[in-house]
Design a protein around this ligand. Structure first.
Ligand SMILES: *[C@@H]1O[C@H](CO)[C@@H](O)[C@H](O)[C@H]1NC(C)=O
Ligand SMILES: *[C@@H]1O[C@H](CO)[C@@H](O)[C@H](O)[C@H]1NC(C)=O
Ligand SMILES: *[C@@H]1O[C@H](CO)[C@@H](O)[C@H](O)[C@H]1NC(C)=O
Ligand SMILES: *[C@@H]1O[C@H](CO)[C@@H](O)[C@H](O)[C@H]1NC(C)=O
Ligand SMILES: *[C@@H]1O[C@H](CO)[C@@H](O)[C@H](O)[C@H]1NC(C)=O
Ligand SMILES: *[C@@H]1O[C@H](CO)[C@@H](O)[C@H](O)[C@H]1NC(C)=O
Ligand SMILES: *[C@@H]1O[C@H](CO)[C@@H](O)[C@H](O)[C@H]1NC(C)=O
Length: 690
């Protein structure tokens, strides 16, 4: 008993670290940021690279989406004998099919990377769950691993009793409704009002994978709900997920009840009469013999297992809380902290020879760690108002932004006044070193440039919409796009505003980060930024990639003109082909023209006329040619010599004056005292596994 508790504690520790990656986005965007979670079970076996298992897994995941049961449940397998891979996917019942497909396809992309070489893995994001294994899971009731997330805000004690009463009644109802949903979908949502004046409404959701029987589903939901008192009694929002079922409640609507309308003719509406094939697994013994006794056994086992786990979680949580208090460390930042001396050694004491360049926020050095890993170290040049703890926490958040088109932040280092950021090292130089170089440019054919454009677009889309942190880059430009060995683009320097404690919500700001030539007019003039100011910068970048010329020193037949005006003029006169880099000899003309068109749409003066990055990606990747809106004249604010000389970042203004760049330019930025605050509500996350 003692040793098993100890083992559970260790498991809890490991899982808690994993859980920090979980994408549990309980209400809306401003909560704790998240990335799809993954739970890898090291004990279930490993596969080797290039093995048949890996090949089957890849095949399976890439074809999983074609095995929908019509209601967001996916089940398939691939391969033979011991190399067979089984997979199950489930979308939240109210999620529309396109969002469902996107969620699962993101998960199929992420999960094998999160659990490298693991035969068995499971991952949840708010809209879907994906799991795979070398065993058949279809029809098995499984309640482990389970995850818990809850809102740290509590129900007022005056309403608590009534709240709990309504909550219990609600989940009793939802449990049986979901369980009785039939063989295709087991899903229910509902609401309940609390108190005599009904000033609180509880919104609840319960769902099982449809392959478990009615009784198993009911027991699973019951078991999950039964954990609420021990994990998160009295809080205003809870989410509990297990492989076979999940529940969630909030005091504000979080589901789409329009999709909750009765299903179109449930074809096989013979619930429970067709239980799944009797699985050869200890947790679901017997066949059809006795559903009731089976349910009882499952319930008892579930409760016992959960009680054990909950106890260890509580012990662990208490321990963790105490530890956090000691260290003020909420996000597991120790794992991200590098030792200053080892960075010093890695970069040869920040030697000139290792200097890669200078960015908006400080010099960047190349380094090699003791384990031979190559890194890039940014030595932040300015003081931030931010304290060390906030800085650490922000690093932990930004480090979770992981996407193949983003340069990965590996960690940080604090020492005295020094603040260092440690990034993965990206082999090739930045994009500007290629597209603006008369020789290297020639090697960058249209296909590579197109891939770069799409890659940058995807990276930005992730920052804007998919990452949940809603990062606005604010300094998109060619020198902030790095190219790896395969010439895939990776966006650098994102999240800097967070790391410097700048306001990240849409609004106005007295501090401006950015580079002339790439900055949207409303940002330059009024300090207003939004995802659409990044879209503007992206548009400039697209036109630069196509023309091979800098916006800030665009040359046409000996005249220095600005790229945007020239692009617009040419487009209007039907001579846009003149804009195209003469070195682009091959390459699909319609595709190039389409990209010019999209670039122009992105640099529209009116913010609302600029597409979102999601729309841009759609336009870039869809094949039909005639559905783009016509652009109107783009914003020209760059007349005069303003942008002609440098590509330097502006840095930002603070109250004591301008730091960093040329003050005469920043003079046009009007200060606004307004700074929206970032929501402080947060979720505690916890979990268990067995
Ligand atoms: C799955 O793989 C593990 C480890 O390789 C092995 O022990 C186990 O028997 C496999 N399970 C099945 C059902 O093949
Ligand atoms: C699988 O690999 C992980 C790390 O690579 C290792 O910790 C684990 O023991 C391996 N599991 C098996 C069953 O070989
Ligand atoms: C498998 O390949 C990936 C990259 O292709 C590599 O990162 C990983 O270390 C390899 N794993 C093993 C066990 O060789
Ligand atoms: C689910 O997948 C398994 C493995 O491929 C298969 O045996 C089973 O018949 C599938 N069930 C349904 C309903 O498609
Ligand atoms: C909610 O209640 C728990 C204990 O019941 C307490 O530790 C916590 O601080 C409360 N949260 C808030 C936001 O008051
Ligand atoms: C609560 O659910 C009922 C149906 O059970 C629905 O008619 C009502 O609109 C819901 N109320 C809210 C506030 O969503
Ligand atoms: C609801 O009303 C009760 C008493 O009637 C009060 O204590 C509670 O604060 C109210 N809650 C909200 C969210 O207004």
């Amino acid at each position: 008993m003692v040793s098993s508790t100890f083992r559970l504690l260790i498991l809890c520790t490991q899982l808690a670290l994993l859980i920090l990656n979980i994408n549990i986005n309980i209400t809306h965007a401003q909560l704790r940021p998240t990335i799809p979670s993954a739970v890898c079970d090291n004990n279930k076996g490993n596969y080797t690279n290039s093995s048949t298992y890996q090949k089957n897994l890849n095949d399976l995941l890439s074809s999983l989406l074609s095995n929908n049961n019509g209601y967001g449940f996916y089940n398939s397998s691939r391969g033979q004998n011991s190399d067979t891979v089984f997979s199950i996917g489930l979308c939240r019942g109210d999620v529309k099919s396109d969002a469902c497909g996107k969620c699962l396809s993101d998960a199929t992309y992420a999960l094998p990377g999160d659990c490298p070489n693991q035969k068995e893995a499971i991952g949840w994001s708010p809209n879907c769950m994906l799991r795979y294994a070398n065993r058949s899971m279809y029809g098995l009731l499984e309640v482990n691993p389970a995850y818990y997330a809850w809102n740290t805000e509590n129900v007022s004690s005056a309403s608590l009793d009534a709240f709990n009463q309504e909550l219990t009644a609600l989940f009793k109802r939802l449990g049986s409704e979901a369980a009785g949903g039939g063989d295709l979908r087991k899903f229910a949502v509902g609401n309940a009002s609390v108190g005599s004046n009904s000033n609180i409404t509880i919104y609840g959701l319960a769902q099982c994978t449809p392959d478990v029987s009615e009784g198993e589903c009911a027991a699973c939901i019951d078991g999950a709900f039964g954990d609420v008192p021990s994990c998160c009694s009295g809080t205003i929002g809870v989410r509990i997920v297990t492989p076979s079922c999940n529940i969630r409640y909030e005091i504000s609507p979080f589901f789409d009840s329009t999709n909750e309308t009765p299903l179109p003719s449930p074809p096989l509406a013979t619930p429970a009469s067709a239980p799944p094939p009797p699985p050869a697994d200890a947790t679901t013994p017997g066949g059809k013999k006795s559903n009731t006794s089976r349910t009882v056994i499952i319930t008892v086992v579930t409760i016992v297992v959960f009680l054990l786990l909950i106890i260890s979680i509580c012990i662990y949580l208490r321990w963790k809380k105490r530890k956090e208090k000691l260290e003020g460390d909420e996000l597991g930042t120790e794992a991200l902290q590098f030792d200053f001396n080892s960075i010093k050694v890695a970069t040869d004491n920040f030697s000139e020879a290792n200097k890669l360049g200078r960015g908006g926020f400080g010099a960047v050095y190349r380094g090699r760690l003791w384990n031979e890993e190559d890194i890039a170290v940014k030595r932040l040049s300015r003081d931030s108002a931010q304290g060390d703890i906030e800085f650490k926490n922000e690093v932990a958040l930004v480090a979770k932004l992981q996407h193949r088109n983003l340069v990965r932040l590996l960690g940080f280092c604090l020492e005295g006044n020094e603040r260092l950021l440690v990034y993965e090292f990206v082999l090739n130089a930045s994009l500007d070193k290629f597209i603006f170089d008369p020789i290297k440019r020639a090697h960058l054919d249209w296909d590579s440039r197109y891939k770069i454009i799409v890659g940058i677009g995807r990276g930005l889309l992730y920052l804007h919409e998919d990452s949940r942190l809603r990062i606005i880059h604010r300094d998109m430009k060619a020198s902030n796009v790095l190219l790896d060995a395969e010439m895939h683009p990776k966006i650098a320097d994102f999240g800097m505003a967070r790391l410097f404690d700048l306001d990240q919500t849409q609004g106005e700001t007295s501090r401006v980060v950015g580079t002339y030539g790439y900055m949207a007019p409303e940002y330059v003039m009024r300090g207003q930024f939004s995802v659409k100011s990044d879209v503007y910068s992206f548009g400039v970048l697209v036109l630069e990639i196509i023309s091979g010329q800098k916006n800030s020193s665009f040359r046409h037949g000996g005249n220095v003109e600005d790229l945007l005006s020239y692009a617009w003029k040419s487009w209007k006169e039907g001579t846009a082909a003149n804009l195209v880099d003469p070195m682009l000899k091959n390459g699909s003309r319609p595709e190039i023209m389409r990209c010019i068109h999209i670039g122009l749409l992105c640099v529209q003066q009116t913010i609302a006329d600029r597409p979102t990055m999601a729309a841009v990606i759609l336009m870039l990747t869809s094949s039909s040619l005639d559905n783009l809106p016509a652009p109107s004249q783009p914003a020209f604010f760059m007349d005069g010599g303003i942008g002609s000389s440098s590509d330097m970042s502006l840095g930002w203004e603070n109250n004591s004056g301008v730091t960093g760049s040329d003050p005469s330019r920043s003079g046009s930025v009007q200060k606004s005292p307004h700074e929206a605050s970032i929501s402080t509500s947060s979720y505690l996350l916890s979990g268990n596994g067995s």
